[in-house]
Design a protein around this ligand. Structure first.
Ligand code: MG
Length: 393
């Protein structure tokens, strides 16, 4: 019997992971952790009976404790609780599906405790890949990508025989594919939340609209598969049928295809290397008729071009790229800034940052704090005035 600890169980990946658990009799839940959605967590706790749950928000944790008094479940809170779930003794595998850099410490601790990781928290690898990947080797754990593109590359590498020359990362292009930056200044939150192919959480949906998601994925792929940024090509593929591909030294390209359904990469990670039946639609190539591809125009996609800059710079620069994005997306969702300002802010923070080489965990968190402070100060002054100058020009 395999046992899971799911960090981020009420999010899009978390709920779909539980669907996979529901459909497989030989897998159980040992621990669940959420940010603050306790209504759904209570339902999940009653159905899956974990021994341990964590609600990051302390007040919500107290509420939940009252509600589940009749169950024998321990309720924890905060970073300590999140780490306790990652270390839960019964769990053999940790599903890391929280959003943002909050996942760094639990993932590091889980690897040190010898747990396999099903990984769906790209911000963690983007900012701390240089700390995490050596630990994966040292502790001989499986580190299995859940992100659809990275799962596709992982699957394409499984039968490839070695010597990959290039990774081809596909991108749907999101809701604003083909639009110029200048056409996007008045985009509303509602417009940016409409993704054509995938139904996902709010942050990643906005990241898909700005293409920052693809930028983060290039960095994630670079760490996961040990490929430099210039060997990772992004191709716009609006149908989201080819989930990504690997080109080998001899020119062969091996890709993974399927209907867009996150349960496939989730289930593949949970039972790797075994493939199991997964109910749902099957891909019909003849119904599709054709698949199309476009080269992304980097001059109109700062979310992507800045990511390549950050990879190339290395050190703490990806931390700034990510932290600035986390901060700006939150502001955009709260309707505090415009859509195109998200990437303007990332660019400003990267320009102002003095890069540190090989940052420690403490330094990563310091750089995160510096970035958010820089933006909260700058947002009322420099950036605003620069924006209005641009508008006037
Ligand atoms: Mg993805």
């Amino acid at each position: 019997m395999k046992k899971l600890s799911i960090l981020g169980s009420t999010g899009s990946i978390g709920t779909q992971t539980l669907e996979v658990v529901r459909n497989n009799k030989d897998i159980q839940v040992a621990a669940l952790a959420v940010y603050k959605s306790i209504d759904l967590l209570e339902t999940q706790t009653r159905e899956f009976l974990p021994r341990l749950v964590c609600v990051y928000d302390e007040k919500s944790a107290k509420d939940l404790k009252q509600r589940v008094r009749d169950l024998s479940v321990k309720v924890l809170s905060g970073m300590e609780g999140l780490i306790a779930c990652a270390l839960c003794e019964e769990a053999d595998m940790v599903v890391s599906a929280v959003v943002g850099m909050i996942g760094i410490r639990p993932v590091i601790e889980a690897i040190r405790a010898g747990k396999d990781i099903a990984f769906a928290n790209k911000e963690t690898l983007v900012t701390a890949g240089h700390l995490i990947m050596p630990l994966v080797k040292e502790y001989h754990v499986n580190f299995l990508p859940v992100d659809s593109e990275h799962s596709a590359i992982f699957q394409s590498l499984a039968g490839g025989g070695g010597n990959p020359a290039k990774l081809i990362l596909t991108a749907s292009g999101g809701p604003f594919r083909g639009k110029k930056l200048s056409e996007l200044t008045n985009v509303r939150v509602e417009d940016a939340l409409k993704h054509p192919n995938w139904s996902m959480g709010h942050k990643i949906t906005i990241d898909s609209a700005t293409m920052v998601n693809k930028g983060l994925e290039v960095m994630e792929a670079s760490w996961l598969f040990g490929m430099p940024g210039d060997k990772i090509e992004v191709v716009i593929h609006p149908q989201s049928v080819i989930h990504s591909a690997v080109e080998y030294l001899d020119g062969a390209v091996i890709a993974q295809l399927g209907v867009p359904d996150m349960k496939l990469p989730i289930q593949y990670a949970l039972f790797y290397p075994e493939r199991r039946f997964l109910p749902g639609k099957r891909l019909s190539l003849t119904d599709l008729g054709s698949l199309t591809f476009e080269k992304p125009d980097l001059s109109e996609l700062p979310g992507l071009s800045l990511a390549y800059e950050a990879i190339c710079a290395g050190g703490s620069m990806p931390v700034v790229y990510n932290a600035a994005n986390e901060y700006a997306v939150e502001k955009f969702l709260a309707r505090g800034i415009g859509f195109t300002e998200i990437t303007d802010w990332i660019a400003e923070a990267m320009r102002a940052h003095q890069k540190r080489q090989n940052p420690s965990l403490e330094e990563i968190l310091e750089v995160e704090a510096w970035t958010k402070e820089f933006l909260s100060n700058a947002s009322h002054g420099e950036i605003q005035s620069k924006m209005s100058r641009n508008m006037e020009a």
